[in-house]
Design a protein around this ligand. Structure first.
Ligand code: Q9C
Ligand code: ZN
Length: 345
């Protein structure tokens, strides 16, 4: 399978995040990509650096003021103090119910709260460039499909599925799956399905396409009653207006078994078959794996072969996009197994 990746992923390298009240090393690291690239290359897949400019697609999905905030965030942080060069900005206040969202504050930390759903999405010097190039890879993969290819895999970071129209969150800044989907639509696909198998609900992706029937979104994830992102991902979210019936959430209790997971997966695949999409975008989070340090599902290495095989049997042009997955040493095997299952379906 053709792999699209980026060198600049390394430049998004925040040092720590908050976890249960403590500063801990980031789970979402550059090594995640390196380990996947090593394994897919060893199994004979072709890796290329993405080159196309996705700026016009980014502008279809994200607000102008959010894009310019992301672009200027690190310089603004340094403007507060040059000592900030080896420090990380974090939001501290959010516009919850009764507070105004029609005024964008000028204070940089307040702006971070305005544009972020959580305090778990740290920014570093190279974040914009890395996120922009990950979107470029998603666009390049869509272009590759448009040229007649059957599949592609974006081995990129930061991930994207938590990022929405004007906010970041859950380690995500630009919605890469959304970029691939929007690009496929522009290239002439009438219907695109998005299958999100990350442990966490793809709240950003859902929200971007919630009122549209040209994009079907389905997701299998930890129940938001107890799992991140908590505030979206329930089964009663079915889409709105023209989009009603084109959103399918399949939340599973924390600690669900492989059987429970594959039952939900079967529902998702059947719904995709009924939708008859021209192309498929897979938000390939690998954090439903049993050893993932921040998740509670039980999938094994071989389950990822099965996932690839069942996706392959949909027999649609398919773009896989890496989302989460934090059991770093297992990521290469699990990612490569999905590709192997897909290609041998
Ligand atoms: N800082 C993805 O898998 N945070 N995002 C957990 C608290 C939320 C996961 C720890 C996890 C987000 C793309
Ligand atoms: Zn995740």
């Amino acid at each position: 399978m053709q792999i699209f990746s980026t060198i600049t992923q390394q430049l998004h390298a925040p040092q720590f995040e908050f976890f249960r009240g403590e500063r801990v090393p980031c789970f979402e690291t550059p090594s995640r990509i390196n380990i996947i690239l090593k394994e897919v290359a060893a199994r004979g897949h072709q890796v290329t650096n993405a080159t196309l400019d996705s700026q016009h697609i980014i502008e279809c999905l994200h607000s102008p003021r959010y894009i310019s905030f992301l672009q200027n965030a690190w310089p603004e942080w340094l403007r507060l103090s040059l000592n900030n060069v080896d420090k990380q900005p974090f939001p501290a206040v959010w516009p919850v119910r009764t507070l105004r969202t029609d005024r964008v504050p000028e204070n940089f930390i307040a702006k971070l709260g305005f544009y972020s759903m959580d305090n778990g999405t740290p920014i570093s010097a190279g974040t914009w460039l890395a996120a922009k190039n990950a979107a470029d890879a998603a666009y390049s993969a869509a272009d590759f499909i448009n040229q007649g290819a059957h599949s592609a895999f974006c081995v990129t970071r930061p991930p994207g599925h938590h990022a929405g129209y004007d906010f970041m969150g859950g380690y995500c800044f630009i919605n890469n799956a959304g970029i691939a989907t929007e690009a496929l639509r522009k290239f002439g696909c009438s219907r695109v399905a998005i299958l999100d198998v990350d442990y966490h609900h793809g709240n950003g992706t859902q929200s971007l396409f919630y009122e549209r029937c040209d994009v079907f979104f389905t997701s299998i994830h930890g129940d938001p009653r107890t799992e991140y992102p908590f505030f979206l991902g329930y089964e009663d979210e079915k889409g709105l207006g023209e989009g009603f019936g084109y959103n399918l959430n399949l939340p599973l209790p924390a600690g669900s078994t492989q059987t429970q997971w594959f039952n939900a997966f079967d529902h998702a695949l059947n719904a995709i078959r009924r939708y008859q999409p021209d192309a498929l975008v897979v938000s390939l989070g690998l954090d439903a794996y049993c050893e993932d340090p921040i998740s509670t599902f039980a999938l094994s290495h071989t389950d990822y072969l099965t996932i690839g095989k069942l996706i392959g049997r949909l027999n649609r042009p398919t773009i896989f996009i890496l989302e989460g997955g934090y059991a770093v040493t297992a990521l290469g095997i699990n990612a490569a197994n999905v590709l192997e299952g897909f290609e041998n379906s």
